[in-house]
Design a protein. Structure first.
Length: 710
């Protein structure tokens, strides 16, 4: 019965709930992003139920794009299934996003037309199915009862994928059938209604409606109470294997859980997952897939929900033909992935933008930010390393690594002295365009070449496309890749012990970021694009990013020298930057600086630090917070796919009494309790954990904690 509707949680869940009150200064559009509910297939912004066209009351479907004059292809914004035509707003009241269960609650205690309460969620175990339960006075909800009860079907034609939505509205009935909507049953002057929405997606055409109808019928039979219980159980299972708790810092704990919650919503275990820079929470970047997905979001999901990470990689695998065509078009071999991708893997990076003065400026990232090609290979390798799934690299993932290596092998220019160069690129910095020998790009390209060489030596190719190549030829190609990697200029100077970001960087003007005000600061706006391009000020982690992604490829002792040199020059003009620096600074032992930047990372979306959260949550910034805690402060390091031991080397600030992690490693759910003087491990399966000082402990299946003193 709807009288047995889900009950709102108590208020004593400070590290599990995001609360927006009527008097908060947070803007409506920002709140809508923060309060989004998603399940990996659909994401519905947290607009008020009565919001109309003036709000971003929309639902996004993963991978559903449409043609756009401005951006080439853009994520489709469908009308929100949760909108109620109440005629008048009961008032914003109090909204609470319960991260434990994925339910968005709203309570209006004394509105103009009486009380109003609602609960909304997107079913984690039933991607594409969403539920709204609302209770309120007759004046508010009776118009909904008089409206048609027939199922509403919506199609969005003219795109490579299609979606159909069905919604039923019913009133205070145990059965959620269409005929129930004409019932006038109510108690205490209040009416309760439930809406269940289902979405089906077709791959390249119209969706199959039979699974959609089946999902809708099943959900109606279960009813809101059972669906709510199912939702709670699904999220309990998810949190049991993926959680962060910082004992002594409830605000950071909440932010980390907020990040994990929303990252769970960007990708599901479907056949493929296109994860945009703002996930399914907003329209910014048009839903385009950038390195945010491969380098930031995927490592989190590999540890939290491996099937979703695998679906993200399948998105890249299926677009290898387009990447090969792009490389060939440019006169190179192998595969070159686009900086911004959407439906079919063609480059959809905008060619121009508008600066703060209203002038058009060219956007060169689509042509020059080539490191995305190595980033994709790195993501495949990282996934296999965390999951222990070497078969992925021997199967579909092999081509991601090998074909990208072939691109770099043909892209590198050799000089007369036998040194390799990559000219005319943009690194992660992005304030400096069309540079030669960007350290990050070259280091990742060299890593890509070595990884491919190892794959070529280790196992024969499974695909017919490579089968004709004889074993001797493959070995010769692998040897050439290794030689190219060894000869590629990385910008490292043994005399200074640090890397030069690109050729000519050290000769640029030397204003430091400290003179621009409090970071993060958009230095290109404050100083102007040309002034910044002629200076050593950088937008975000560049050389430092290489230390974050491939630490074992970096010269010993260079971490501290690179951080010391580049941190005063970094404006953190990208939301990605603070968390990466926090991670690397923690590893370098600069805990005070690491905590300071971690605090900035914590506030990026929850406090709208960049003024852009209205366009959706920053997927990479959310993921970066997890990176900072796990890879930085916990000291978790990921090696090769056949490295069985989970390596931890915690470095904790004094006000953290303990760092508690739940993560997955090689198919095992591992619990860690980290202190400055001890590491405790628990796992239901046998697992080996290596401590930073060289101590290794093998935990046998047990409910007991195994503790190693440091």
């Amino acid at each position: 019965m709807l009288s047995e509707r889900p009950q709102a949680p108590a208020d004593d869940i400070e590290s599990w709930a995001v609360v927006v009150d009527a008097g908060d200064e947070m803007g409506d559009r920002v709140a809508e992003s923060i309060l989004t509910v998603a399940d990996g297939l659909i994401g519905t912004r947290g607009s008020l139920e009565e919001d109309g066209p003036h709000a971003d009351a929309v639902t996004y479907v993963s991978g559903l794009y449409e043609p756009s004059e401005e951006t080439g292809q853009a994520l489709v914004a469908l009308p929100s299934w949760a909108t109620l035509d109440m005629g008048i707003s009961p008032g914003p009241g109090r909204r609470l996003l319960d991260l434990r269960t994925g339910v968005l609650w709203r309570t209006v205690a004394r509105g103009e037309r009486g009380r109003f309460r609602s609960a909304r969620w997107s079913c984690l175990d039933r991607p594409g199915t969403a539920v709204l339960v609302a209770t309120g006075g007759r004046q508010l909800l009776e118009p909904m009862c008089r409206s048609t009860a027939a199922q509403r079907a919506e199609r969005h034609p003219g795109v490579a994928m299609s979606v159909v939505g069905l919604a039923d509205t019913v009133v205070d009935r145990a059965e959620l059938g269409p005929g129930a909507a004409r019932s006038s049953a109510a108690t205490g002057g209040e009416i309760s209604l439930c809406r269940i929405a289902s979405f089906a997606v077709g791959d390249g055409g119209s969706p199959d409606l039979e699974p959609l109808d089946r999902a809708q019928r099943t959900a109606r039979r279960r009813g809101p109470k059972e669906l709510f219980r199912e939702q709670c159980d699904a999220w309990a299972r998810r949190w049991a294997v993926a959680d962060v708790e910082v004992v002594g810092d409830p605000e950071l704990t909440l932010a980390a859980r907020f990040a994990l919650f929303h990252l769970a919503g960007v990708a599901g275990p479907q056949s493929e997952a296109a994860v945009g820079a703002r996930g399914l929470t907003g329209p910014a970047y048009a839903g385009h897939v950038l390195w945010d997905a491969d380098v930031f979001a995927l490592p989190v999901l590999a540890a939290a929900h491996p099937p979703a990470a695998r679906a993200m990689l399948e998105y890249r695998v299926r677009r290898l033909p387009a990447a090969r065509r792009k490389a060939l078009e440019l006169g190179y071999l192998g595969a070159r992935f686009p900086w911004e991708s959407a439906v079919d893997g063609t480059d959809v990076t905008p060619r121009r933008g508008v600066d703060p003065t209203g002038n058009f400026v060219p956007i060169l990232t689509g042509d020059r930010e080539e490191h995305i090609t190595a980033d994709v290979a790195w993501a495949a390798w990282h996934y296999a390393s965390v999951t222990g799934d070497w078969s992925f690299l021997e199967g579909p993932g092999r081509e991601l690594v090998v074909d990208t290596a072939r691109y770099w092998a043909s892209r590198i220019r050799m000089d007369g002295a036998g040194h390799g160069h990559i000219d005319g690129v943009i690194g992660p910095d992005e304030y400096h365009e069309d540079v030669d020998d960007n350290a990050f790009t070259n280091i990742l390209a060299a890593w890509n070449l070595r990884a491919a060489a190892e794959l070529a030596r280790r196992s024969p190719p499974p695909r017919l496309a490579e089968a004709p190549m004889a074993l001797e030829e493959r070995q010769e190609e692998a040897q050439r890749w290794t030689a190219l990697a060894d000869g590629l200029v990385t910008g490292y100077d043994a005399a200074t012990g640090r890397h030069r970001q690109f050729a000519g960087y050290d000769e640029l003007e030397l204003p430091l970021v400290a003179g621009l005000g409090v970071v993060p600061v958009p230095a290109d706006i404050v100083l102007g694009r040309s002034r910044v391009a002629g200076s050593q000020i950088i937008k975000q982690a560049d050389v430092v990013m290489a230390h974050h992604m491939v630490p074992t490829a970096m010269p010993e002792g260079s971490l501290r020298r690179d951080v010391d040199f580049y941190l005063p020059r970094t404006a953190h003009g990208s939301s990605l930057s603070p968390a990466v620096h926090a991670a690397v600074l923690a590893r370098a032992g600069r805990l005070d600086d690491a905590v300071e930047l971690l605090e900035i990372a914590r506030r990026i979306d929850l406090e709208d630090m960049t003024g852009t959260t209205s366009g959706g949550l920053h997927t990479a910034a959310l993921a970066g917070l997890w990176h900072a805690v796990v890879f930085g402060f916990a000291g978790v390091s990921v090696g090769r796919p056949d490295d069985a031991a989970l390596v931890v080397d915690p470095r904790l600030p004094d006000h953290w009494s303990e760092l508690r992690l739940r993560t997955q490693w090689h198919g095992r759910a591992v619990q860690l309790r980290l202190r400055s003087d001890a590491v405790s491990v628990r796992c239901a399966q046998s697992v080996t954990v290596a401590i930073g000082d060289g101590t290794a402990v093998t935990v046998t299946p047990s409910e007991r904690w195994v503790t190693v003193e440091r």
